[in-house]
Design a protein around this ligand. Structure first.
Ligand code: SAM
Ligand code: SF4
Ligand code: SF4
Length: 334
């Protein structure tokens, strides 16, 4: 088993298939930075599906059990179902999923499921249409995301997780509404503390709503009890409703970091490998792919990167760290 300097095994691979997105969420791709003049990666610099699938096979041989496709918005990458079909065939891969803003799901859910995708996570920051439009900042209506979620359920992409990033003064008043809406439905709602990823979202500690406060708000109307984490490397602290209405998760990367169990590695759309969500530099795998190196040579490089890994940014976070140079979330996909 491949382990890093803190004895963490390599288990999960997150693959960003594009750095582009049709939303401009205020906490991720603020319009002032990601405006009309922003230079996204040109297509020749982005890994092809064949290159991604080859790397994925190597990662699975090295111990990866779960692959999550992300972005940017993964569903804006054309023919994504072709990549899914290639990944679904990899022997030894136990879980294949995708994180999406849901905007294109109504159209694509069936094709994704048919290609072999097992389930999806949909980001949804508010049910209130005005709040939702303000947060995605492209005036996208919440009703269309809800249609997408329903389409994914009908297509059998189940269980579905719903991710809500909570930002103080923006959508923290929507937490209980969201809990009520998904209570008893089987969807797994997860609340995510607003994080200092990248250097463009103007993150401030005051804008973070601590997970404990979120639990308190919900517990006051729908009583909860903790059930802990499901498996090593799970990021969410889980709670269940005492009335049997299902479970929720809280991802407290800021107030209660979980680096000790972090088994994730991230591959950006242009083929750079990042050992932490808050890393400054990636390791270039595309150069190896495009210079005729063998699978063994690429595997050796990945092994070197993982065994040297000592990242634990969230545990070291201080007043100064948000100013460190870090990769943008839209580049590596959370
Ligand atoms: N576009 C897809 C989506 O929104 O689901 C996939 C990529 S997005 C970067 C992945 C996840 O990161 C989303 O659930 C998003 O809400 C979350 N995210 C982005 N910026 C964040 C931040 N600053 N703090 C916490 N979560 C963030
Ligand atoms: Fe796009 Fe997802 Fe970032 Fe929102 S969170 S801007 S949907 S990549
Ligand atoms: Fe993993 Fe880095 Fe997040 Fe810690 S800060 S949990 S090491 S990605």
């Amino acid at each position: 088993m491949l382990t890093d300097t803190l004895n963490r095994p390599l288990r999960d691979l997150r693959i960003s298939v594009t750095d582009r997105c049709n939303f401009r969420c205020i906490y991720c791709m603020p319009k002032e930075i990601f405006g009309p003049d922003f230079q996204f990666l040109p297509s020749r610099e982005i890994l092809t599906f064949e290159e991604i699938a080859r790397l994925a096979r190597i990662f699975v041989r090295l111990g990866v059990q779960k692959i999550r496709l992300t972005g940017g918005e993964p569903l804006v990458r054309r023919d994504l179902e072709k990549l899914i079909a290639m990944l679904a065939r990899i022997e030894g891969l136990r879980d294949l999923t995708l994180t999406t803003n849901g905007s294109l799901l109504a159209r694509k859910a069936e094709a994704l499921a048919a290609a072999g995708l097992k389930r999806v996570t949909v980001s949804l920051d508010a049910l209130d249409d005005a709040v939702f439009r303000r947060m995605n900042d492209v005036d996208f209506p919440v009703a269309r995301v809800l249609e997408g979620i329903e389409a994914a359920r009908r297509a059998g992409l189940w269980p579905i997780k719903i991710n809500m990033v909570v930002k103080r003064g923006v959508n923290d008043h929507c937490v209980v509404d969201m809990a009520r809406y998904f209570h008893g439905t089987g969807y797994i709602l997860r609340f995510i503390e607003y994080m200092d990823v990248g250097n463009t979202n103007g993150w401030r500690m005051e804008d973070v709503v601590p997970g404990a406060e979120i639990v308190e708000q919900i517990n006051a109307v729908l009583p909860l009890e903790p059930i802990g984490r499901g498996y090593r490397g799970e990021v969410a602290n889980r709670y269940r409703y005492r009335d049997g209405g299902g479970e929720i998760g809280i991802i407290t990367s800021v107030t209660q970091p979980f680096c000790g169990d972090c088994t994730r590695i991230r591959l950006s759309a242009e083929g750079k490998l990042y050992t932490c969500l808050f890393a400054g530099e990636g390791h270039d795998l595309r150069a190896l792919l495009r210079s005729g190196r063998s699978d063994e040579e690429i595997a050796a490089r990945i092994r070197t990167v993982w065994t040297a890994r000592g990242d634990r940014y969230s545990e070291l976070r201080t007043a100064a760290t948000p100013r460190w140079r870090k990769v943008e979330m839209s580049h590596i996909g959370g």
